[in-house]
Design a protein around this ligand. Structure first.
Ligand code: 4HQ
Length: 254
């Protein structure tokens, strides 16, 4: 899968894409990522890429012509591509959106700065607007990195042969159960005995129950959407007998 990133700050992508799993995915040729500096497509002497908004108001708006030229240049090299603009006004980015985007051979990600792009950029060049969350970033670059990371996890080979992104949480709409590794006792806090028992069905049951508990306490919205078995429902009844939502320390801790 190929990602082209249109940005004013290509340097922001160098280190995050060299490390760890994404770095290896690029080395292996599973993903190809290229940054394109929008400023290179500004033809005037000072390579101006922004201007004051029509109608007044604070800040600057990214001009349409350099972005248009950048899109046309990418298109001349590879005609079929899906063009995404990262913006808080876009549709929320989720597990399902990430998986859907893996069906695209070639994604172009447009990263805005300042107050965003001239509206005609969206009308003429953008197929889909995506938001990574309800907060405001200083630019779309970090959002593009989040998208690339989450989409790449779905591609065959990226996580290694023994794991698939589908197995991870969210696919069954539950949060993950607690994990432990050595030492057994840290600062007086011990690992739950069942995890040392070697009893695999008891361990599975404990993990399912903890995943249900965690989801009920922290994300009841996810629990409402989850498909629960009869056994899950019994486990949940047990959880709610022992602690009501109000008694849960989590509410007070967070
Ligand atoms: N920005 N999800 C403003 C975001 C953002 C988000 C990107 C800041 C676009 C103009 N992008 N620029 N949240 O906050 O995607």
């Amino acid at each position: 899968m190929r990602f082209d990133i249109l940005t004013l700050f290509p340097e922001m992508f160098s280190s995050p894409l060299q490390e760890s799993i994404l770095g290896k995915a690029i080395e292996k040729g599973l993903i190809q990522i290229r940054t394109i500096n929008i400023r290179d497509f500004a033809l005037d002497k000072h390579q101006v890429v922004d201007d004051t908004p029509y109608g007044g108001g604070q800040g600057m708006v990214m001009k349409v012509e350099p972005i248009a030229r950048a899109f046309e240049w990418v298109k001349s090299q590879s005609p079929s591509s899906w063009r995404v603009y990262l913006t808080p006004q876009g549709k929320p980015f989720t597990h399902d959106v990430a998986r859907r985007l893996t069906s695209k051979q070639h994604l172009i990600l447009l990263c805005g700065r300042y107050e965003g792009v001239d509206e005609r950029v969206r009308e003429l060049f953008i197929d889909e607007e995506i938001s990574i969350g309800d907060y405001v970033l200083t630019g779309g670059e970090l959002a593009a990195l989040v998208l690339i990371d989450a989409v790449s996890r779905f591609l065959p080979g990226v996580l290694g042969s023994d794991r698939s992104a589908e197995e991870d949480s969210f696919i069954n709409s539950l949060l993950e159960y607690p994990q432990y590794t050595r030492p057994f006792n840290f600062s007086g806090k011990e690992v739950p005995e069942v995890l040392l028992s070697g009893n695999h069905s008891a361990i599975s049951l404990w993990r399912r129950k903890e995943a249900l508990r965690r989801t009920a306490m922290r994300r009841p919205d996810l629990l409402a959407k989850a498909s629960l078995s009869e056994e899950d429902k019994k486990l949940l009844e047990g959880i709610f007998q022992n602690e009501t939502l109000l008694e849960s320390g989590l509410r007070n801790k967070n």
